[in-house]
Design a protein around this ligand. Sequence first.
Ligand SMILES: *Cc1c(COP(=O)(O)O)cnc(C)c1O
Length: 398
Amino acid sequence: MLNWDQTPELSAMRCCRAWVEIDLGAVDHNVRQLVAHLQGRADLMAVVKADAYGHGAVTVAQTTLAAGAKQLGVATVPEGMELRQAGIDAPILIMGAVNTVAEIQAMAQWRLQPTLVSPKQALIVSETLSRGPGTSLPVHLKLDTGMSRLGFPWQRAVELMTFVQRLPHLHIASLYSHLATADDPDPTVLKVQHQRFESAIAQLTAAGHHPPRLHLANSAATLAHPELHYDRVRVGLALYGLYPAPHLRSTLDLRPVMQVKARITHLQEIGAGTGVSYGHRFVADRPMRIAVVGIGYADGVPRALSNQMTVLINGYRVRQLGTITMDQLMLDVSALPNLQVGDLVTVLGREGDVQITADDWADQVNTISWEILCSFKHRLPRIVVGQTLSQASEARFS
Ligand SMILES: *Cc1c(COP(=O)(O)O)cnc(C)c1O
C-alpha cells in the first residue's frame, strides 16, 4: 500500500488525480446524534471494520471516541492491531471468529477481546493463553438467534456460559447476537430473533448465571428499535452518515462522511459517429466535447455504472460516457465549454443543492451502500476535512 501520509512526494500529489474526502465533523455529528438517541441507557460501540468502511479506521475511531463512543468493533485481529499501534486505548472487540494460536497470541499482546462461538473454540483460546503470556482476556459470547453465521445455538446458551466460566484466563464481558433483517420494514424475523435472545437470557438467569452486558442492535435496529438497545449497540453504517434503509431516513439527522473527488485530466472534441471507450458502448450521435477523468473501477467506481452514472461539475450534473475503465472514465461536457484540465469533478458527494450518494449508486447496480463505501479503501489517498473544535482539544489531551 502506498503511504500517502509519510512520503512527501506522494503527499504533494494527493489532490492531483482523484481522492476521497473524509469529513470528520460529520463523524462527530453522527456519533453525537446516536449517543443522544441512546439517552444514556446504552453505550455506543463504533464499528470500524474494513478500514472504517473505507473511511480510515484510525482517524474515524479516534473521532468516534472523542464524540462519545465507548468501544470499538472490528472483524479481524490485524484490524484491531492497527488501532492499538496508533495508540488507541479503548476496548476493542474482534467480531470475527478467532481460532489460531497466532491470532490468540496477538490478541493477548494487543489486549483485543475475542468473540467466542463454541466451547471448542473457547478451550483453544483458554489453553493458548495459559501456555503463552498467561494474560487474561475479556471475552464475548455470541449466540446464533437466526442469522446462521457466527454463534452458538441460542437454545444452548447455558451450556456455553457454564463451560466458558470454568476456563482459566477468560472473563465473560458480554453476551451478544446479530440480526439478519433489521433493515426490513417487516419486523417478523427480527421479533423472532428478539424472542430467542430474551429466552436465552431467561434460561441463563434461571440456571443461576448473572447475565453479563448484552447487545444485539446494528445501525438499523439502533435507529428503529429502541427496545433492542440493551446495554450497548454496535453501529457501523450510521456513523458514516448513511441510512440502512429508506424508511429509516426520518429517524436521525445523519450526514454523509465520504466524498469522492477527481480532476479533469484531458479534454477533446469528437465528431458524430465516434465511439468512446472499450467496446464502443457509446457512440456520439453529434459532435461532442468530452472530458477524461482520472478515476476508474480500480479506485472504487463500479464498472457496472458504465453509461449510467452522472457526476457533478460546477454544480451541474454531467453524464458519463461508455465503459468505465480501470483508471479513467469519460464525460459529456458539451454543455460546459469553459472547462479546463485540472477542473474539479465530484464523483460522489454534494455540490450546492445537488448530490450523488452511495445509495444512488447502490440502487443502480443492485447492491447496498455498505459495499459502495468499502470499495474506496484501497487505492485513493484520503483527505481529512472538517475537524471539529472538540476533537482538536481532545487530541491535545490524548
Ligand atoms: C458489521 C457489523 C455490525 C455493524 O453493522 P451496521 O449495519 O453497519 O451498523 C454490527 N455487528 C456485527 C456483528 C457486525 O458484523
